[in-house]
Design a protein around this ligand. Structure first.
Ligand code: ATP
Ligand code: MG
Length: 433
């Protein structure tokens, strides 16, 4: 096959090989122990969801919904989308499985792959992995603080360098709408200096103007009204509590009033961890509180018939997601330990009868709880011993026609044994280590 015809992984996707797979297992293990230790339960949701879930849940003015979704027709005229994020699917699952009946908050975590149609570059892919945590059903500021502290602990354990935590509050309800209107008035007054993208979003999502890289927009935003000045008493108090609890937990942060997250659903607390080891794609992970999201997902955009809607109290929520690839790029993960094996089963002479005897010995070894491998590639005896060495085998059994030679790769000795006593001898040898 010529070079041009060779099939490669699609742009923005990659294979996870060897040591990389090992480092990822370490990350997964650390995430599991930190999050499950704090009462978060693992959840898996489907890769495909109804497109409507993200349109409603993530918000139609966001980059994700406007240009990053991989959507397809299910063959029956319904649009499905490869999940671009994890929060909306978890809220769907919370509603679908009546989790409001459980003890609140319901705390869930995930580690899965996500899909966004982005321009691929270092730290930005079309299929990437996120670890995330969501706590639904409580608006206690301790939920916010605990959630942030857990991500901070994970980044620390993975050795992520140059970490900064930026924190803000987006407020909620009326104070938020009042601020939004004030910002819109301000943006319209300075429309001529704004980027086209920001101008196009004044109606739908004026807050995103703070996120712009456009020089003119950045200058205008320096004097824009600030959200924290508009917080209601309750929201200001909630934010003060979150900050205080972070101080109690000794997690340093900076309040950044220009912090807006790319998703529409946030209320009150928002935060982002960045790393200066990452260059342009500096976001490692972030999230916030989304007190209206479950309601949005539960009820259709237009109520069916007046009076049939059941009014239930909104379900508050708080969560985050962090990019696995970016944690590994900016981190200094603990080295992957190569695990040596107890026994390598070698063949004295190639052929069917030795292979049968060797295979039997391999099965017996594994039933006895040993880690074992056998020769699978027809190597010479010398080649097999070399390979056993690479595997770090403690013992090598050289299976012959009538008996087996058992070689101690550490002690250096070799004894000849009846094949059916080999496992016993290995177990005895390992016990005397
Ligand atoms: P960015 O500003 O870099 O586009 P985002 O705001 O879109 O990030 P979130 O939706 O908050 O990111 O996702 C949480 C984390 O997931 C990010 O901080 C980042 O580490 C990671 N992430 C997001 N998109 C990608 C991607 N395309 N490739 C790799 N990691 C990603
Ligand atoms: Mg993005």
């Amino acid at each position: 096959m010529s070079r041009e015809e060779r099939i490669k992984a699609p742009r923005g996707t990659f294979d996870v090989l060897g040591e990389q797979a090992g480092v990822r297992s370490i990350l997964e293990g650390r995430a599991r122990s930190i999050l499950e230790g704090a009462g978060y339960e693992r959840i898996e949701t489907p890769v495909l969801e109804a497109t409507e879930l993200f349109a409603r849940g993530v918000g139609s003015s966001t980059d994700i919904v406007q240009k990053e979704m991989f959507s397809l027709d299910d063959g029956g005229g319904r649009s499905l989308t490869l999940r671009p994020e994890g929060t909306a699917p978890i809220c769907r699952a919370y509603v679908e499985h009546g989790m409001h009946k459980r003890k609140q908050p319901v705390k869930l975590w995930y580690l899965s792959s996500f899909f966004r149609h982005e321009r691929a570059q270092a730290g930005r892919y079309r299929q990437f992995w996120q670890v995330g945590a969501e706590a639904l059903g409580s608006e206690d500021p301790a939920v916010d603080a605990e959630s942030i502290v857990l991500l901070s602990a994970l980044l620390e354990e993975m050795g992520v360098r140059g970490v900064r935590l930026r924190l803000s509050s987006l407020g909620s309800g009326e104070s938020r709408s009042e601020y939004r209107e004030r910002l819109q008035v301000y943006l319209r007054a300075h429309e001529a200096s704004l980027s086209e993208e920001v101008r196009g979003r004044i109606e739908l999502n004026p807050l995103r103007a703070f996120d712009s890289d456009h020089e003119g927009t950045k200058r205008i935003m320096e004097n824009a009204p600030r959200l924290l000045d508009f917080l209601s008493l309750e929201d200001a108090e909630h934010f003060a509590q979150v900050r205080d609890l972070l101080e109690v937990a000794k997690v340093p942060y900076e309040v950044d009033q220009t912090l807006v997250r790319g998703l529409d659903y946030y209320t009150r607390t928002v935060f982002e961890f960045t790393s200066d080891a990452l260059g342009a794609q500096s976001g490692v992970g972030g999230g916030g509180r989304y007190d209206g999201l479950v309601e949005k997902i539960k009820s259709p955009a237009t109520p069916p018939t007046f009076g049939t809607m059941i009014k239930s109290p909104p379900t508050p929520g708080m969560g985050w997601a962090a990019g696995i690839e970016r944690i590994l790029l900016a981190g200094d993960p603990p080295p992957v330990a190569v695990s040596p094996i107890d026994l390598f089963v070698a063949l004295d002479t190639p052929g069917t009868s030795s292979r049968r005897a060797a295979f039997g010995l391999l099965a017996e070894a594994r039933s006895a709880g040993l880690t074992a491998q056998m020769e699978l590639a027809g190597r010479s005896l010398k080649g097999q011993l070399g390979y056993a060495n690479v595997l770090g085998a403690r013992y090598v059994a050289i299976v012959g026609k009538d008996e087996t030679g058992l070689k101690d790769m550490q002690g250096g000795g070799q004894e000849r044994l009846a094949t059916d006593t080999v496992i016993h001898a290995v177990l005895r040898g390992l016990r005397t280590l």
